[in-house]
Design a protein around this ligand. Structure first.
Ligand code: FUB
Length: 376
């Protein structure tokens, strides 16, 4: 039953160049419901989706729409760096133009069940000198007394780049650097700082994220995807420089291997990388997690180095209400948590999402228990 709901959501894809999948032109249908404003119309959280399944967790805030939550603990407080979804009145299309976010708000709380504070606008697209449009999924890091906000946005040529902004406060306001990070491209940056203090940025996203336009190392406006039986497009990684503002090395591919030791194939779209990279370290192992996009899973793979290769393990989070699935994983005291989003507040409008949190369990063998974000 839920499978068919998921497929329906697939037709609402943010970034569906469907002709590439089927060889013929397809159009997305209109949004499921007509009601949409920049604030959730109904701040009383729905408790079930349209099939009657009850949500396991409540939205963290209901005053604004939020998505793509990157959570961190800084100085003992939990900070969430989400996208700020809005209804911009832009019709849905295959490039995800309706995801027209214009600023970031940072959320914080002193404990997982504590009161959530919205700290207001931390960075506005109008204050990023090189930016064109669409502030998508951000992340943050702290080093040497400075907080760094990493963000993807299309430049004035409509090419996704990754920028960085700095602040002395985890909640901003952040000041953007005058140019994007040199040699950055595509979207969904996630910054992991290893126990030795070295920081790495993982990034990339296919379809609307434009990763398929960079196979040659240079931007090619034509989408080029591998054939079904070829290795899938890989996410990217680069070590960050000490000042956290630049790549310290050329961008590398992140290999995700099947249990047979071979790269996942393009046709394995229930497993292969699509977008929403995240890296956490547990018991000395590196866990690379990500969204499978058009199959709506949050999947993970484990490796022995921050560069990988990572071996595919399974699903962390089953599909949620809404097309996109995007998460972060963070330790708070002695427990681990998964921050994620769904579209409970907007009743399924794929571009109006709300962030949530739930506990995540590593089993004794290091694998992660799969989460279904509905009550059993
Ligand atoms: O929020 C815009 C895009 O939707 C993100 O960058 C993707 O990861 C997906 O969640």
């Amino acid at each position: 039953m839920y499978k068919s709901i998921s497929l329906k959501k697939a037709l609402l894809a943010i970034t569906l160049p469907a002709a590439l999948l089927t060889g013929c032109e397809q159009k997305r249908p209109a949004a499921e419901t007509e009601t949409s404003t920049n604030q959730p119309a109904d701040t009383t959280a729905q408790t079930a989706d349209s099939t009657g399944r009850k949500f396991m967790n409540k939205p963290l805030i209901s005053e604004i729409y939020t998505a793509d939550p990157s959570a961190h603990v800084f100085n003992g407080r939990i900070y969430i760096y989400p996208s700020h979804d809005i209804e911009a009145g832009i019709p849905q299309n295959d490039n995800g133009d309706h995801f027209a976010m214009r600023d970031y708000h940072i959320l914080s709380m002193d404990s997982i069940n504590g009161k959530v504070t919205d700290h207001g606008v931390a960075l506005d697209v109008k204050d990023i000198p090189w930016a064109g449009r669409q502030l998508w999924a951000p992340d943050a890091a702290f080093k040497n007394g400075t907080y760094y906000l990493y963000f993807p946005v299309k430049d004035k040529q409509d090419i996704f780049r990754i920028g960085v902004a700095t602040s002395k406060s985890p909640t901003g306001p952040f000041k953007a650097q005058p140019q994007p990070i040199a040699n950055s491209y595509s979207m969904d940056p996630a910054v992991f700082t290893d126990t030795d203090g070295t920081s790495y940025m993982y990034f990339g996203g296919i379809w609307g994220g434009q990763l398929q336009r960079w196979s040659s190392g240079k931007y090619n406006p034509k989408d080029e995807y591998p054939a079904d039986d070829q290795p899938a497009l890989t996410p990217k990684v680069a070590k960050l420089s000490q000042n956290m503002l630049e790549f310290a090395e050329p961008v590398k591919n992140v290999q995700i291997l099947g249990k047979d030791g071979k790269p996942l194939l393009a046709k394995e779209n229930d497993k292969r990388f699509f977008e929403a990279a995240w890296l956490h370290k547990y018991n000395g192992k590196y866990y690379f997690s990500y969204s499978t996009g058009d199959t709506h899973n949050i999947a993970y793979a484990i490796g022995d180095s921050p560069y990988g290769p990572f071996t595919y393990q399974g699903i962390i989070l089953n599909p949620v209400l809404g097309w996109t699935n995007h998460h972060s994983i963070v330790q708070v005291k002695d427990k681990w948590y998964l921050f994620y989003h769904d579209t409970e507040l907007s009743k399924g409008q794929t571009h109006l999402r709300n962030v949530k949190v739930t506990e995540l369990t590593h089993r004794p063998d290091g694998t992660i228990e799969t989460i279904t974000a509905y009550q059993e």
